[in-house]
Design a protein around this ligand. Structure first.
Ligand code: ATP
Length: 250
């Protein structure tokens, strides 16, 4: 079984039916990418997986590590090792890099305590230490006393990813990590994602920037109007002119 499976998921905002029978799987250790145009349903898919509401999942199942997480709270899902880095990056701008990382640790301890008191969660893998995070992101080490709000867009993205890695993360969901970044900075963030993947974290990456996403992904899905219209390796998608032209405009 895949690490994460969506099985025939239908999701709604009120009466708006957004995800239609979405079935996809993310295999342990891979970088999987979900691509699609503006408004195709990418963020809705990530929010459905991470337990954020809205949207409301009305049909189908979401299974993580062979456990049904469809109706779980975001806190219970996160305690099982699934972290979402949302599009808006959510770092605390007035706190330093070091303080931002420290806060991630505090919230991790809290969610583990909740998990233990429920008596259900086994924490198989605790998050990275601050030193390990700085080893992955030398740039953050150099800027540890700098206010997060004064970091560049790429550095803020790295800090947002680093915060997620300080928590217990087996599957990292990244919502448009390249958005608004210059090409050189995209390359830096790509390197960081590759290193995280090499160290064993599975990644599901949502992107509008199909070229950059195909570069890094092992496998891709394409979503259009809430339905999956393509599934295959990055090579297969690169060779499929019709799908790229029709659904991605590249
Ligand atoms: P983008 O690349 O622009 O971020 P996306 O593929 O992530 O797009 P979603 O954010 O998942 O797209 O949106 C899918 C559809 O759901 C869009 O038509 C959007 O307008 C609608 N939608 C998103 N959030 C809400 C909401 N809170 N209430 C109602 N409709 C919403």
């Amino acid at each position: 079984m895949s690490l994460l499976e969506l099985q025939g998921v239908d999701a709604f905002y009120g009466e708006s039916h957004i995800l239609r029978d979405v079935t996809l799987g993310v295999e342990e250790g891979e970088v999987c990418s979900l691509l699609g145009r503006n408004g195709a349903g990418k963020t809705t898919t990530l929010r459905s997986i991470s337990g954020a509401r809205p949207p409301e999942v009305r049909d189908g199942r979401i299974v993580f590590k062979e456990e049904d997480i469809t109706a779980m709270s975001p806190e219970d899902i996160s305690a099982r090792g699934l972290s979402l880095v949302p599009e808006e990056r959510r770092v605390f701008p007035n706190l330093t890099v070091a303080e931002n990382l420290h806060l991630a640790e505090v919230s991790e301890n809290r969610s583990n305590t909740v998990g233990r008191s429920l008596g259900q969660v086994q924490v198989e893998h605790v998050g990275m230490t601050t030193e390990e995070v700085y080893d992955e992101f030398e740039r953050l080490r150099e800027r540890k006393s700098q206010k997060a709000g004064t970091l560049s867009g790429g550095e803020q993205q790295m800090l947002a990813i680093a915060r997620a890695l300080k928590q217990n993360t087996d599957l990292l969901l990244l919502d448009e990590p390249y958005e608004g970044l210059a090409p050189q900075i995209i390359a830096d963030v790509e390197d960081a994602i590759r290193r995280i993947s090499d160290s064993g974290t599975t990644i599901l990456l949502v992107e509008q920037n199909a070229i950059a996403a195909m570069d890094i992904a092992d496998r891709c899905y394409v979503i259009d109007q809430g339905s999956i219209v393509f599934e295959g390796t990055a090579e297969k998608l690169r060779a499929d002119d019709e799908t790229r032209d029709r659904y991605l405009g590249v």
